[in-house]
Design a protein around this ligand. Structure first.
Ligand code: GLN
Length: 548
């Protein structure tokens, strides 16, 4: 059973999707933390996939990977970036996972002949998940994905209603995030969609305790009173969530609007204890005083869906913070770089650093290789992440080592799989084995693995450590057999798996900054603790901008 003092805050969303509920939850977590409380955040996703690992980034945005190897919702990235608490497998559940768990229990005969129903079996499984893996936390913030009224989320809403009833007012709080649309022609904020959304929630047995209202203009007091009257709340429980210039302003802005105060009031906690928001004030100050701009080009396939690169964008921004410089991102569609007529100099004009991020499949891969070639030949700082590292290996192999048909087995049959399917490796669960017929879901090399850095290399000086741990998500791996050919021609594998069989990092020592990593450093960067690779890359790009 859970500890007897933990408080649960359930966060639901109404009116429209994309309200930034995940960010709101993360920000609330960070302000409660600033008041000295220990927090944990969880996300309940109503879709039927077991996890987002097999979903297209166009559908779902980034798939955020945890240290313990779970493929999770991108909101867990917000949670970790804002609170610094490492996300875990047990922090994200989907309808698919709940049902597959209930069905396998049924097959085992665990239900002793009962008819399996949404209530109580599915709702019990949801409650079990919500209450699992809670230790000495003061608060568990639990976000319910989707919008109130969706068919898929009904069992989740029912489960939190039951928990509210079982644990009572002193242990649970319902926070509903809504939108107040501003009608320009009338010059007015409209409260009706919020009233309807709250009514919908009340119809399911939940009375929200606090409303967090997204708005593009300040909410007049009389509008707050009106919402309070119709939604059965006190006006001070209607909190304004005004659009912010930067997501890192949001914790302070929520605090100024009284969000943490209302939560503490609800739970009868000490109101005199003020949060220490210096971490966020400091970040805001750096943002306001940053000078100059570096231009970073990202060559990718999902450039029309930037949520696919959520953590990457944030990490680049964190790198800017540590160098006190603004960063502007130019999105470059990798397929466009395959056009033979294109003047590539025009594409990269004014670009101070090039990133080729993670990716999957053949489409656009030749364009990525062209972009990497441009960075290598023109001495532009280059950072290849996962697929980006693999493509940097192919670029170097084809153009320098003259391995003209070097390819990846990800692209189909090849007689030179320089990047090959990883079939056997050591994880903390033991020896993992795969073959080309293995299931696609959850079978990549996932989660945190150690990596050994070679002495005297650029990465070793950046990390200032000999052994690092970073998160992985890939199926293919660079073939180390040709190591001496690469080394002889100036590309070294400066980071290796502890077994010394899997290349994890490459660099070109004669280039100003050319690094490829098989893992995803962007998953661990925080605004108050920028990842060293991103800080160093932005510094190199800054030096490049001074040369132009
Ligand atoms: N598609 C590549 C692989 O599976 C790279 C994956 C990635 O960039 N995350 O190995």
């Amino acid at each position: 059973m859970i500890n007897s003092t933990v408080k649960l805050v359930f966060i639901t969303g109404g009116v429209v999707s994309s309200l930034g509920k995940g960010l709101a939850s993360a920000c609330l977590g960070s302000i409660l933390q600033a008041r000295g409380y220990k927090v944990k955040l969880k996300k309940l996703d109503p879709y039927l996939n077991v996890d987002p690992g097999t979903m297209s980034p166009y559908q779902h945005g980034e798939c955020y990977v945890t240290d313990d190897g779970a493929e999770t919702d991108l909101d867990l990235g917000h949670y970790e970036r804002f609170t610094g608490v490492p996300a875990k497998n047990s922090d994200n559940i989907t309808t698919g996972k709940i049902y597959s768990n209930v069905i396998s229990r049924e097959r085992r005969g665990d239900y002793l002949g009962a008819t399996i129903q949404v209530i109580p079996h599915v709702t019990d499984a949801i409650k079990e998940f919500i209450l699992s893996d809670i230790n000495d936390e003061d608060f568990v913030l639990c976000e319910i994905g989707g919008t109130v009224g969706d068919i898929e989320s009904l069992p989740f809403i029912e489960a939190i209603r039951q928990l509210g009833n079982e644990l009572g007012f002193s242990r649970t709080c319902f926070l509903h995030v809504t939108l107040l649309p501003f009608i320009k022609t009338a010059g007015e904020l409209k409260t009706k969609p919020t009233q309807h959304s709250v009514k919908e929630l009340q119809g399911m047995g939940i009375q929200p305790d606090i409303l967090l209202c997204r708005t593009e203009v300040e909410i007049p007091e009389e509008q707050k009173s009106k919402i309070a009257l119709f939604c059965n709340l006190k006006p001070e429980s209607v909190i304004e969530a005004l659009d912010a210039k930067s997501i890192y302003h949001v914790p302070i802005s929520y605090h100024n609007q009284g969000l943490d105060n209302q939560i503490c009031k609800h739970f009868h906690l000490d109101l005199d204890k003020k949060p220490d928001l210096s971490r966020w004030l400091n970040i805001n100050k750096i943002q306001e005083t940053s000078e100059g701009t570096v231009n970073i080009g990202i060559v990718g396939k999902y450039t029309s869906m930037v949520d696919a690169y959520k953590s990457l964008i944030e990490s680049i921004f964190h790198g800017g913070l540590s160098n006190k410089v603004n960063v502007s991102i130019k999105w470059i569609d990798s397929e466009e770089l395959e056009n033979k007529e294109l003047n590539i100099n025009n594409v990269f004009k004014d670009i101070n650093g090039i990133i080729v991020p993670g990716g999957f499949g053949f489409r656009g891969s030749e364009g990525k290789i062209n972009g990497i070639n441009y960075a290598r030949v023109n001495n532009i700082p280059f950072f290849g992440i996962c697929f980006g590292m693999q493509m940097a290996v192919l670029e170097f192999a084809r153009n320098i080592l003259k391995f003209k048909n070097a390819s990846s087995s990800e692209f189909g049959k090849t007689d030179f799989p320089l990047i090959g399917l990883l079939t056997e490796w050591q994880s903390n669960k033991g020896i993992e084995k795969r073959n080309k017929d293995s299931n696609l879901g959850g079978t990549m090399r996932l989660g945190a693995y150690d990596c050994k850095l070679s002495k005297g290399t650029l990465v070793q000086s950046i990390y200032n450590q000999d052994i690092i741990s970073e998160r992985h998500r890939h199926r293919y791996e660079v073939n180390y057999e040709f190591n001496s050919d690469f080394e002889k021609h100036g590309m070294i594998f400066s980071g290796m798996s502890p077994s010394m069989t899997l290349p994890e990092i490459l660099e070109i020592p004669s280039h100003p900054w050319f690094i490829g990593v098989q893992f995803h450093p962007e998953l661990k960067s925080k605004p108050f603790d920028p990842h060293p690779l991103f800080s160093s890359f932005i510094e190199a790009a800054l030096n490049n901008s001074r040369l132009l």
